[in-house]
Design a protein around this ligand. Structure first.
Ligand code: BES
Ligand code: MN
Ligand code: ZN
Length: 401
């Protein structure tokens, strides 16, 4: 409620950390995150900025000198977590004409420059060499060329096995392709790269905190458009691992780009992966806009992801997968088709991605219903929420300790 008031300086005590009896550092971190997240604004394109809406200084005050060192550390960490979340929001709020796959790769390169992370960008020619037919198929209807962005935080060089891969769906605009979406709210599909934005932002924070773990971020960036060269329903594509897929609906494009991204992740020798994707409208029917849906093949990794979410205040609920659903996306002409019917749409979408991770421990987070907020509420501001950024950082932090 400090937003949009003509207030320039704010001071807060460490709420909860005194007679509240809570850990003062945790409270200071929560206040820091709450302030930075709640005061977020996306006004890059407003010629007239709303007046008196920017706070210059936010202070946290504490009288007990013995607590100051811990509090300072937590405030700094809170800033990294919250600023990464706001970076994710910025990227997902940018319109599709600006935030193209190429622009997304430029953002990743800039993050690499500022943190020292190694960034690689696989372009269309290299994708063809690698046989990424599913990712290329999605991108072929657009004049924007696809990019597979690879960000490497080498935090534990002596122990290469200590690693995790974070994979993001980066559809910079999802028109649906030839299976075109209805026009109502189609503009929201500029946010179909929220998973990619979460991964880029989390990678920035992981690198800034210099966590003792090797983390590779992989972003499958493409635009899904119905151009003259667009892929058609009925087409059959071949993925990097040789699997054939019948395209039943060109609007089920997320699982296609992720199929190749997951295969690529496996080729890098990662021993666990988490993907984040605005994958299905059906997740809103299952969980509303409160919980992120989590799917996976490994209870240990699932528990770590869910508890990381819980500890940062991002709600994640485990959902089932089962080979009893596999028939729903079997094809008569190819190995799979890219849709699984109306029933359990989020599960079949998730399982489709799981077909490519195979035995590799994997968790898929469906953020289609939670990546945008329709109103200001709590620390969320209307527009992109930055969901899963803090979960991913916390997950890497937990694994590094
Ligand atoms: N990007 C959409 C999912 C989505 C829907 C995200 C609403 C955010 C808000 C995804 O690519 C999509 O179109 N999914 C289809 C899958 C279907 C064709 C099997 C869907 O959910 O309808
Ligand atoms: Mn789609
Ligand atoms: Zn999509």
């Amino acid at each position: 409620y400090l937003a949009n008031r003509s207030i320039k300086n704010v001071a807060s005590v460490v709420h909860g950390g005194g007679i509240g009896g809570l850990n003062p550092s945790d409270c200071a971190k929560a206040i820091t995150e709450g302030a930075i997240l709640g005061l977020y604004k996306f006004d890059n394109y407003k010629s007239k900025k709303p007046q008196g809406s920017n706070i210059d200084k936010f202070s946290i005050v504490e009288v007990d000198k013995t607590k100051i060192t811990d509090i300072k550390k937590s405030v700094n960490e809170g800033m990294v977590f919250a600023e990464a979340t706001n970076l994710c929001r910025d990227l997902a709020n940018e319109p599709g004409n600006i935030m193209t796959p190429t622009e997304l790769s430029e953002v990743a390169l800039n993050v690499g420059n500022s943190t020292g992370m190694e960034i690689g960008v696989i372009d269309k020619t290299k994708m063809e060499e690698l046989g990424m037919g599913a990712l290329l198929g999605v991108a072929q209807g657009s004049v924007q060329s696809p990019k597979l962005i690879v960000m490497k935080h080498k935090g534990d060089q002596a122990n290469q096995e200590n690693n995790i891969g974070l994979i993001g769906k980066g559809i910079t605009f999802d028109s649906g392709g030839i299976s075109i979406k209805p026009s109502l709210k189609m503009g929201d599909m500029k946010g179909d790269m929220a998973g990619a934005a979460a991964v880029i932002a989390a990678m920035k924070a992981i690198s800034t905190l210099d966590l003792k773990i090797n983390v590779i971020g992989i972003i499958a960036a493409a635009e899904n458009m119905p151009g003259g060269n667009a892929q058609r329903p009925g087409d059959i594509v071949r993925t990097m691992d040789g699997t054939t897929i019948e395209i039943e609906n060109t609007d089920a494009e997320g699982r296609l780009v992720l199929a190749d991204a997951v295969t690529y992740a496996k080729s890098l020798g990662l021993n666990k992966i988490v993907d984040v994707a605005t994958l299905t409208g059906a997740i809103a029917i299952a969980l509303g806009n409160i919980y992120v849906g989590a799917f996976g093949n490994n209870d240990e990794l699932m528990n770590m992801v869910v508890s990381a979410g819980g500890s940062v205040g991002e709600n994640i609920w485990p959902m089932p997968i089962s080979d009893k659903y596999t028939d729903q996306y079997s094809s008569t002409v190819a190995d799979f088709k890219n849709t699984g019917g109306r029933l359990a749409g989020s599960i079949t979408g998730a399982q489709f991605i799981g077909e490519f991770s195979k035995d590799l421990p994997w968790v898929h987070l469906d953020i289609a219903a939670t990546s945008r907020s329709e109103s200001n509420s709590g620390w969320n501001v209307k527009g992109a929420t930055g969901i899963t950024v803090r979960t991913l950082i916390q997950l890497a932090k937990g694994l590094s300790e």
